[in-house]
Design a protein around this ligand. Structure first.
Ligand code: G
Ligand code: G
Ligand code: MN
Ligand code: NA
Length: 254
């Protein structure tokens, strides 16, 4: 179904869309960045969850087509989002880790930047890993080349699955996104605080900025903010929405 949809021309015509979710600074509630997220409404099957179509796309080699569609659209929409937010914002785009081994990624990024006019320093590529990176030296070299252009690299879902401390050893990343499972203060507040504080300390030493994912409640925002985490993302600040439904978002609750 996915192959049919993507084989038949432009992803937008096959029902793919890009949604945007704010990344917020805890101290003042300002939206400093936005994550672009793929959404698919299949003409045949209706809405398909991204976890489903992304993993199918990865297994069938179609994920680059989705990633490139999102990358292109997000770089174009970045100007509108910055205008609506009244400030410069960074645009985060997900990239399947499997693509780090292929030069096509560099061409896609260069093309998206040229077509949109977005400054490279405003683009952040979130490396999303569903399988272990096969060739780490090649992946690290790709990360270096992308950073040389001025693009920043984030490690997505840190602390879950394959995105672990070993990646920080091998990949020179700029940003770490703390997985929502690590920020779930409702389950074990003391352990959450200890884990997140330690990851923050490591990242600070490595000059890496931390974004806490899964910020759903004021309690989570306060817990992460209190230990010095600068940025957060989650339903508390805003759901992923299409561009036409974007507004600058609510301020951080007191
Ligand atoms: O948006 P949501 O949390 O439902 O997304 C589920 C998963 O799909 C997340 O892990 C997210 O990183 C991934 N995802 C969303 N959009 C894209 C995309 O454009 N490319 C890739 N590779 N993954 C994406
Ligand atoms: O893995 P990645 O960080 O790319 O995925 C982001 C996904 O997480 C998005 O698809 C989004 O739908 C989802 N998401 C965003 N905010 C929250 C949140 O506060 N809670 C939960 N459970 N999921 C969220
Ligand atoms: Mn992501
Ligand atoms: Na992800």
């Amino acid at each position: 179904l996915l192959a049919e949809a993507l084989g038949s021309g432009h992803p937008a015509e096959a029902g793919f869309e890009v949604f945007y979710q704010p990344i917020v600074r805890f101290t003042d509630g300002a939206t400093v960045a936005v994550e672009a997220l793929a959404r698919w409404t299949s003409p045949v099957a209706g809405q398909v969850h991204p976890d489903v179509f992304v993993s199918v796309a990865e297994r069938t080699g179609l994920v680059a087509a989705i990633d490139d569609f999102v990358l292109d659209q997000a770089c174009v929409d970045a100007a509108t989002l910055a205008h609506l937010s009244g400030r410069p914002i960074d645009m985060h785009v997900n990239v399947s880790a499997a693509r780090l081994g292929h030069p096509g990624l560099e061409e896609s990024v260069a093309g998206a930047l040229t077509r949109s006019g977005l400054h490279p320093s405003r683009l952040v590529l979130e490396i999303t890993e569903t399988r272990r990176i096969q060739d780490m030296p090649a992946a690290a070299a790709m990360v270096e080349r992308l950073r040389a252009v001025g693009v920043r690299i984030a490690l997505d879902d840190f602390g879950s699955g394959f995105n672990a401390l070993a990646q920080l050893h091998s990949l020179p990343v700029d940003i770490v996104k703390l997985d929502a499972t690590l920020t779930d203060v409702d389950i074990a507040p003391d352990r959450v605080e200890a884990l997140c504080r330690s990851v923050l300390a490591i990242c600070t030493d490595l000059n890496i900025v931390v974004v806490a994912e899964g910020i759903e409640t004021p309690a989570r925002a306060h817990a992460l903010s209190a230990i010095g985490c600068p940025l957060g993302q989650g339903y508390l600040f805003g759901q992923p929405v299409p561009l036409h439904r974007w507004h600058s978002g609510p301020a951080l609750p007191a």
